[in-house]
Design a protein around this ligand. Structure first.
Ligand code: G3P
Length: 221
């Protein structure tokens, strides 16, 4: 499974990249707008920091077909490999997904709210499909829809990977890992909540205390 970070916060990316096996970083216009930095600065920071084998996903801002294609070519030209354009699955977006794949660009279909929307984007050749799990839960069974999507792709033998997005808690991620999700993109706080069980630090403190009480030091040798 690919673990991707859904953030433009370079400090958080560096921290989590040191702790975990991070496959890449996703952003969207809202995430970059909230960063407090110019888009060029945010994207440049990601390109400078991430290794060539780590993936970067940048979303189009224009909403018409020609604008999306212009931005798709720009995004995928930023570095030679592992650069993906995120395209929302509007009508213009679905056209752009087909056209971008015909040009050989890396494509993530985004702003997906149903298994059917995702499946159609997979038929158009998208490399990744990003269902918005938590937002989908506002309309019904978001987790169930994504589980069905995983099965639909397998049954129909389509190679697109599901990169579930829009997580608000660790349990949502847990349920989709269990269902065989190919990738998740999580905010730093959700990633940290998956590794920060308070019992771990309590156990380590107890080991240290017992050792120090017995041997008068906090080292092995
Ligand atoms: O890439 C952004 C997507 O994950 C949406 O997240 O938190 O705005 O629902 P959110």
């Amino acid at each position: 499974m690919e673990l991707i970070l859904d953030t433009a916060d370079l400090d958080a990316i560096k921290e989590l990249d040191g702790l975990l096996d991070v496959t890449g970083v996703t952003t969207n216009p809202s995430i970059i707008a909230k960063s407090g930095h110019a888009p060029e600065e945010v994207i440049g920071g990601l390109v400078d920091y991430l290794r060539p084998d780590q993936k970067i996903f940048i979303q189009t801002v224009q909403t018409d077909f020609d604008g999306m294609m212009e931005e798709a070519r720009h995004i995928c030209g930023i570095r030679p490999e592992n650069m993906y354009v995120k395209i929302p699955v509007t009508h213009d977006g679905l056209r752009a997904i087909k056209a971008a794949k015909a040009e050989g660009l890396g494509v993530l279909a985004t702003a997906i709210y149903s298994a059917d929307e995702a499946f159609m984007a997979a038929m158009n050749g998208a490399d990744y499909l990003a269902p918005y799990v938590n937002r989908m839960c506002n309309y019904g069974d978001g987790i169930g829809q994504v589980v069905e999507l995983i099965e639909m792709l397998a049954v129909q033998d389509l190679p697109s990977k599901v990169v579930a997005a829009s997580f608000k808690n660790a349990d949502q991620v847990h349920q989709l890992i269990l269902a065989g999700i190919q990738a998740v993109t999580v905010p730093p706080a959700v990633a940290l909540s998956m590794i920060d069980h308070p019992g771990t630090q309590i156990a380590v403190d107890e080991f240290t205390t017992n050792w120090k009480t017995a041997f008068g030091r906090t080292t092995l040798a």
